[in-house]
Design a protein around this ligand. Structure first.
Ligand SMILES: Cc1cc2nc3c(=O)[nH]c(=O)nc-3n(C[C@H](O)[C@H](O)[C@H](O)COP(=O)(O)O)c2cc1C
Length: 185
């Protein structure tokens, strides 16, 4: 699949059909996360692939979102920012969040390419999930991805924000590109 198509066709899916994905396909999506940029080359991400249905139910409760329980697999993404904070102090915490976002977008685009579906879940009671999955205290949960095949392909896509609303030139708020300077001949 072309990159442009993967980017533009990604969307959040919360209703899955009964077909169980091949877990090896999900591993390939996680593998793509390794190629994201990492500050100073310090890799801080961990991925937990959960297929235990009881655990998935518990995770759904911790997210207070029922659709999570109906996924065949859940991927829990964590950061262990220690190496970054050792190297960069407080700024390391910011880098950990930033590179988690980059890695998770790689993962999402591979999910699209594989024909799988998911929804980024950012709301959860972190301490409960940490307990359930034995995640150590030095790790923080970044996001949770329930995974399956989409129940029914959406016919319409949510409208995306207009490019004019997010793009400035040379300074914040400037919505036009300056005309090219006249060259002296
Ligand atoms: C940081 C973050 C947190 C999110 N948390 C949730 C969530 O807890 N539950 C949920 O249903 N969707 C969640 N979403 C998905 C967004 O609601 C969704 O991406 C948005 O509505 C745009 O739709 P699209 O993904 O189909 O383009 C989250 C997305 C992001 C990036």
């Amino acid at each position: 699949m072309e990159l442009d198509k993967a980017i533009k066709s990604r969307s959040s899916v919360k209703k899955f059909n009964s077909k169980k994905p091949d877990w090896r396909d999900i591993i390939e999506c996680i593998d793509a996360a390794r190629y994201a940029p990492m500050a100073g080359g310090n890799y801080t991400l961990k991925f937990i692939l959960v297929d235990d249905s009881e655990k998935i139910k518990q995770i759904a409760e911790c997210c207070q979102q029922n659709f999570v329980a109906r996924a065949h697999y859940v991927v829990v993404t964590c950061s262990v920012p220690g190496r970054l904070t050792n190297a960069y102090g407080k700024q390391g915490e910011v880098y950990a969040r930033q590179q988690a976002g980059a890695a998770m977008e790689n993962f999402l685009l591979k999910i699209v390419e594989s024909g799988l579906s998911t929804c980024w879940v950012g709301y959860f009671v972190e301490e409960q999930i940490k307990k359930e999955l034995k995640i150590p205290a030095n790790a923080q949960i970044e996001a949770i991805f329930p995974i399956g095949y989409e129940y029914e392909k959406k016919k319409t896509r949510k409208a995306k924000i207009d490019l004019n609303n997010i793009l400035y030139f040379n300074s914040y708020g400037q919505t036009r590109m300056n005309p090219p300077k006249k060259m002296d001949v």
